[in-house]
Design a binder for this molecule. Structure first.
Ligand SMILES: [Ca+2]
Ligand SMILES: [Ca+2]
Length: 497
């Protein structure tokens, strides 16, 4: 806090009549006091993280250590449960409902209105930071050319692959849809290389202040990890998440449109071919491997003496179902699809505290800006978490909102999850009594007030899918749902009912 106060005082002093050399000197002093930022992203990482308790067996000692020395959020949620749209929201500071970016495309720079929008790294650059990026920060290859960052390391990649797929699936057999024991070494993995590049930058003592963004690809499929990471988890059904076979009977038809073939083809395959446990263990093993790579970078930060003056923020872009609510994968508005790790540690942040107030990934941009003492950009739709970073119990009036495709929203407060789909159908869960979201209470008349309160937070602007939205786009218009342009027959019986 002392640094922040010093910086603010110096800024005030710029308005006093002082000589030019003194101003230059003070500006230099202010520059030196700015904290560095280490920005760590994990792809498709749900709440199976030690400090979050999403899986009772998961081992993530390095992330938990970071959580222990900072403020760890237990109720943080993505703004979109899909890579491109989630990352676009975080980096631009705008909701998906304000950009119309709900899918894997477009790249927001291709839309004229966002061509010159100042993203988080550009905001820091404008304030004197040198910006580095490696691995997956924006989706795919987006952001790897142009003016997003000053210095680029290796991009996101799976790294070496097994000679042939480890699991043959009946649904297209996409090369990414694979998992199992990696036959090579940890050092051959893409995420090892990403961490190594980040370590190298730190060892070379970068000019300060720096913004070092490091994006890990796992546990996104293919979930390959070496044997030592599998050995952390028992090879029996005790690893499987708890599910209720009748769970979807009380969810509206619109929720089925997100994964409208139930039994979902992937989960059905996993169970019938005895692969469910293998996928769960592969995901857990991949999470522990990524945790070890986070540890390598954090160790390098400390070894090079940067830990005292570096803010570390760690996040994931969205959750992942592995059987919960009878589906696998992302693209949902339940906690399994939206809840993510979010940890801040470093100067200006109280250590050793856990915050259960709702937080949004959208808040990262204004929070970092606040921690560095910069003027906020006017376009930002998130809210600084600075009050919670000083006192985890500080009141917060906003819930966390997740949007999936046009006009479907989840609103997560401390006690409740409310979902409203584009056709007006609703879900409500009492998250304190029913953390698995098993019992939809939306039809309970005594909870009409709770629903009204949450409904009041729904975004008022709902932009239509942006031009170039080509993948995983669900729309609802004139009483008809369409999936990627093809009408869904509302009379179609729900398979499995
Ligand atoms: Ca992702
Ligand atoms: Ca249910």
């Amino acid at each position: 806090m002392k640094r922040l106060h010093t910086f603010l005082l110096l800024n005030i002093s710029l308005f006093l009549p002082v000589s030019a050399p003194l101003i230059a000197q003070e500006a230099e002093g202010a520059k030196k006091s700015r904290p560095n930022i280490l920005f760590i992203a994990i792809d498709d990482q749900n709440d199976w993280i030690g400090y979050l308790g999403g899986h009772p067996m998961v081992k993530t000692p390095n992330i938990d250590r970071l959580a222990g020395r900072g403020t760890a959020f237990t109720n943080a949620h993505c703004q979109s449960p899909l890579c491109n749209s989630s990352r676009t929201s975080l980096m631009t500071g705008l909701r998906p409902s304000s950009t119309g970016i709900y899918g894997l495309a477009p790249w927001f720079r291709n839309l004229p209105e966002f061509k010159n929008l100042v993203t988080l790294p550009q905001h820091l650059k404008a304030n004197g930071y040198r910006t580095y990026s490696t691995g997956k920060i924006y989706h795919g290859r987006y952001g790897r050319k142009g003016a997003e960052f000053d210095v680029l390391g290796p991009g996101s990649s799976v790294g070496a692959r097994p000679k042939k797929k480890l699991v043959t699936t009946p649904f297209g057999n996409h090369p990414l849809v694979d998992w199992g024991e990696f036959p090579h070494k940890d050092e051959d993995k893409g995420d090892w290389k990403v961490a190594s590049w980040a370590v190298k930058q730190l060892n070379e003592k970068p000019r300060e202040p720096f913004f070092l963004s490091v994006g890990f690809f796992l546990p996104h499929v293919p979930c390959y990890a070496t044997k030592k990471w599998f050995d952390l988890y028992p090879d029996d059904d005790s690893v499987l998440p708890k599910i209720r076979r009748d769970d979807r009977k009380d969810t509206p038809r619109f929720s089925w449109y997100m994964h409208w073939y139930l039994p979902e083809v992937r989960l059905k395959f996993l169970e019938e071919s005895n692969q469910w446990r293998n996928l769960v263990r592969s995901y857990l093993a991949s999470t522990s491997f990524v945790d070890s790579q986070v540890g390598r970078v954090l160790d390098a930060l400390k070894r090079n003496g940067f830990d005292k003056n570096t803010i570390v923020v760690l996040w994931s872009d969205h959750g992942w179902h592995i059987g919960e609510k009878l589906i696998t994968g992302k693209n949902t508005l339940w906690d399994d699809g939206t809840r993510v790790p979010l940890v801040f540690a470093g100067p200006g942040i109280k250590g050793g505290q856990v915050c259960s107030k709702p937080a949004e990934l959208l808040d990262i941009y204004p929070t970092l800006s606040d921690l560095c003492g910069f003027k906020q950009r006017e376009h930002l739709e998130g809210h600084s978490l600075l009050p919670q970073l000083r006192d985890a119990a500080a009141a917060r009036k906003w819930p966390a909102i997740t949007t999936h495709n046009h006009d479907n929203h989840g609103v997560r407060s401390e006690g409740w999850r409310y979902i409203r789909y584009a056709d007006g159908s609703e879900e409500l869960y009492d998250m304190k009594k029913d953390p698995n979201e098993w019992n939809n209470l939306a039809a309970n008349p005594s909870l009409a007030g709770v629903i009204a309160t949450h409904r009041g937070f729904l975004p008022t602007e709902n932009r239509k899918p942006a031009p170039g939205s080509r993948s995983r786009i669900l729309t609802w218009e004139n009483g008809k749902a369409t999936w990627q342009g093809k009408e869904i027959d509302p009379a179609e019986p729900i398979p499995g009912q």
